[in-house]
Design a protein around this ligand. Structure first.
Ligand code: NAP
Length: 244
């Protein structure tokens, strides 16, 4: 049985990815930071559907917690075939109102978390001579969003990380790719007004918000060696055509 670690899988996009991978036959490590109850519910849903999953608490920006979580997963499963770096936070406001603390917080989770989790799984993947890392960036990491400068910059950093690491670990049989979601219907967008959402939907050629399942389907494509075995270092936009 293949093993996938999904960071930030207690809700939203991460939970949808966890559910889909479990249906595809993966043992899924459902990572969460604060919301244990929600993570346990995701695990329960997976098990009720006949899948295999376990919840693991770790703050992705804490190296010791990340290393402990990855070791716990390896103790259970022996190998890690897929890491999805999904945990992330957004922040809204004018750049001149952002503090150094805001900067550290958003980069700690959105970029340092990707670095720490990837660094922790690589030794096992290099030993196996196979594996896949999929990073969840954002369309704003490609295009940049007004009033989301730090978020956009952190997500652009994830794209740079993806491309460089793909070159470094390709010879070890590891593929590294990135997904750039558009507007997805999760709690992250709870702060948007209905008017804002409608405006964005109007600017989306596919004329709807995305669902977590849209991103989960893209993960399943990218991890599949038969379908995507020659794809690495790429950014797959899953945004209904918002950024073309
Ligand atoms: P969400 O509903 O707010 O969920 C965020 C998840 O990240 C939660 O499971 C949360 O777990 C976890 N998390 C936050 N900080 C963490 C930390 N320090 N360590 C471990 N886990 C942590 O967000 P979402 O909409 O599903 O977004 C998932 C990813 O997609 C993010 O990287 C986001 O930037 C990206 N994205 C989202 C959209 C969108 O429109 N929704 C668009 C583009 C990109 P706890 O609650 O347990 O802390």
């Amino acid at each position: 049985m293949k093993t996938a670690v999904i960071t930030g899988a207690s809700r939203g996009i991460g939970a949808a990815i966890a559910m889909k991978l479990a249906k595809e036959g993966y043992f899924v490590a459902v990572n969460f930071c604060k919301n244990e109850e929600a993570a346990l519910q995701v695990v329960k849903n997976i098990r009720n559907a006949g899948g295999k999953a376990e919840a693991f608490c770790a703050d992705v920006c804490d190296a010791a917690q990340v290393e402990k979580m990855i070791q716990q997963v390896l103790d259970i499963s022996g190998e890690i075939n897929l890491l999805v770096n999904n945990a992330g936070i957004s922040s809204h406001g004018l750049l001149q109102d952002m503090t150094e603390k805001d900067y550290d917080h958003i980069f700690d989770i959105n970029m340092k978390g990707v670095f720490l989790c990837t660094k922790a799984v690589l030794p096992a993947m290099i030993k196996q001579k196979s594996g896949s890392v999929i990073n969840i960036s954002s369309m704003w990491g490609i295009a940049g969003a007004s009033c989301e400068v730090l978020y956009s910059a952190s997500k652009a950093a994830v794209i740079g990380f993806t491309k460089a690491l793909a070159k470094e670990v390709g010879p070890s049989g590891i593929r590294v790719n990135c997904i750039a979601p558009g507007l997805i219907d999760t709690e992250m967008n709870a702060c948007l007004s209905d008017e804002d959402k409608h405006q964005m939907i109007n600017e989306t050629p596919i004329e709807r918000m995305g669902a977590g399942e849209d991103i989960a389907n893209a993960v399943c494509f990218l991890v599949n060696d038969e379908q995507a075995g020659f794809i690495t270092g790429q950014v797959l936009s899953v945004d209904g055509g918002y950024i073309i």
